[in-house]
Design a protein around this ligand. Structure first.
Ligand SMILES: [Zn+2]
Length: 249
């Protein structure tokens, strides 16, 4: 384990969840559900109309989350919208952003808001290089690559509540993994896979601290069969909870 990974884990492990979220959110009681927002509504290559309600239902079924959905990414321009939620989940793709969105989302995350991006949400906001500084990495057209297949997912030894006691699993066929992503931010890799063209140790789950905010990305989720897989659902539910609170109950 490299030094920066150790340092990152120590910082995460000692963070006080109650002081992390945006100041405008109310502290959670022990029984309170965590307010989270799914941002969807556009994706050139994936059926967001099918995956968004499925994602919402899956999160609600845990009993841990109060889930809302917006289908216009412009909602992220509004502080009054974003600050109602502990985590923003990107389940879609917008080619462009607006300056107000960039400012507000950066402020939201840096002050402690969570950010989770699933699969093609890595390919967001082409006109905003800073997106990769929030998420940790982003898609770079002409450089980044995607490989399709069934992938053996192996949790790394890095200790994090998202992957505690997770066992290796294999995705359904027709899944996709990205590699050669853009960005130099210090990410902590929670799980990897092998790809035929990209090689070994390709990250399939990583976290990144952006200011006081916790970000999570997985390239998995291309296929609906993967999204219906309990292994994937546990990963996502834990990632959403961790990004929101710093812990997983
Ligand atoms: Zn895809």
């Amino acid at each position: 384990m490299s030094n920066w990974v150790s340092a990152a884990f120590i910082a995460l492990a000692t963070a006080a969840p109650a002081s992390d979220p945006p100041k405008s959110t109310t502290p959670l009681g022990s029984d309170a559900r965590i307010p989270v927002l799914i941002v969807s509504g556009s994706d050139r290559f994936h059926d967001w109309r099918r995956t968004t309600p499925q994602l919402r239902s899956m999160l609600e079924a845990t009993g841990r989350f109060d889930v809302r959905v917006v289908e216009d990414v412009a909602a992220l321009e509004s502080r009054a919208v974003t600050d109602r939620y502990r985590t923003i989940i990107l389940n879609g793709q917008a080619d462009r952003s607006m300056p107000g969105l960039r400012r507000n989302l950066t402020r939201y995350v840096h002050r402690g808001g969570g950010l989770v991006a699933i699969h093609w949400a890595i390919d967001n906001f082409h006109d905003w290089p800073g997106f990769s500084n929030l998420l940790g990495r982003s898609w770079q057209e002409g450089v980044s690559a995607e490989e399709h297949g069934a992938f053996e997912i192996a949790p790394t030894p890095l200790q994090n509540p998202i992957t505690t006691n997770l066992v290796p699993w294999t995705t359904p066929a027709g899944e996709a993994v990205h590699y050669r992503l853009k960005g130099r931010a210090p990410i902590s890799i929670l799980a990897t896979t092998h790809t035929a063209l990209g090689g070994d140790q390709i990250p399939v789950a990583f976290i990144h601290m952006a200011g006081r905010g916790r970000a999570f990305f997985t390239p998995l989720g291309h296929s609906f069969a993967t999204r219906a897989d309990p292994n994937f659902q546990i990963l996502i539910a834990r990632a959403v909870e961790w990004s929101a609170t710093g812990t997983v109950r």
